[in-house]
Design a protein around this ligand. Sequence first.
Ligand SMILES: Nc1nc2c(ncn2[C@@H]2O[C@H](COP(=O)(O)OP(=O)(O)OP(=O)(O)O)[C@@H](O)[C@H]2O)c(=O)[nH]1
Ligand SMILES: [Mg+2]
Length: 344
Amino acid sequence: MRAAVPLCRDRNRYVSAPKTLESTKAGAIRQLGARDATLMALRRQVLQASSVPCCPRTPRPTPKDRMSIDWFPGHMLAARKEVTKTVGKVDVVIEILDARVPGASCNPQVESLRTKVGRPALKVLNKADLADPHRTRAWLDHYNALPGVKAVAISCKKPGEVVRIPDYCVPLAPNRGTVLKPLRMMILGIPNVGKSTLMNALLKRAVVKAGNEPGLTKHQTRHELNPRMTLIDTPGLLWPQMDPGVALKLAASHSIGRNAYADEEVAVHLGAYLLADYPALLTQRYGAPLADCDGHGLIAWVAQRRGLLIKGGEPDLERAAGALLDDYRTGALGRITLETPPPV
Ligand SMILES: Nc1nc2c(ncn2[C@@H]2O[C@H](COP(=O)(O)OP(=O)(O)OP(=O)(O)O)[C@@H](O)[C@H]2O)c(=O)[nH]1
Ligand SMILES: [Mg+2]
């Protein structure tokens, strides 16, 4: 199998793809399926898994075998330059992480920009309503042990939790927060983690566009929270040449544009993780998959349980993969966190 396959038809990506690719997602995946040996092999594996009743284990792709997921739309480069200029002019960085992937969603470039100018960080593990509370606690301990960092977990869907955010920032910059010297806070983070939602929730009105699509915010926006505090919302930032394991978690959690990956590949890896760490939640949602089931087999199992079939009665793996991803993303599967903090 190949390692770095230019999957993309998106003109915003680093790697340009042939112009003949269709513009719809389904069309693109179909064409990619014909073009891309990796995806075809993956489909073969899943189909094989689904054609026998016991969901057998199939050889799991190693990171080297995985397709590269490399999503870096044009606006991100400009956004990073803008952040580089602005970060030295704020007092506190509010870094929004996705509580379901608190390590993978921590952009190393944001961390280095911030530490370079010596600004403290409030790390907000957002979407805590979707995350495993035990693991959230462990991640908070991990981040709170870092110098210049305060970490909290919230859900932007809960106004009572959102309202505390400025109070957490005050002690991080004790010489600011007056009318003459307002506390300047900047919200940073990867796409689709809830930065704009937090901004709107704090201002109690929709001042910026927010929605369930990575890359929605394209420009910085500054607003006055009160005469003593200002807040800047920024576009989501990713970094190039991301580790494939990190990219798969971010794709599963919908922080990477859908046109940069095949749902099936991401769902197979998500499925393997869930089988290992959250089997009871899978059973609750789909019934018990058989003991020896792996990620490929799970997709086939979901197709079977949901009656997702294509012509000839074969499982519709694309729709089943989408269903598993949706169930994880919306929380229908339960509260899940895809990683634990590194040992101390
Ligand atoms: N369940 C849940 N969903 C949330 C939470 N916070 C935000 N969301 C949802 O996450 C999606 C993304 O929110 P945005 O605020 O647009 O994310 P963003 O980080 O500004 O995204 P970009 O502008 O693309 O970088 C929206 O559908 C929000 O409703 C949360 O705490 N819990
Ligand atoms: Mg936004």
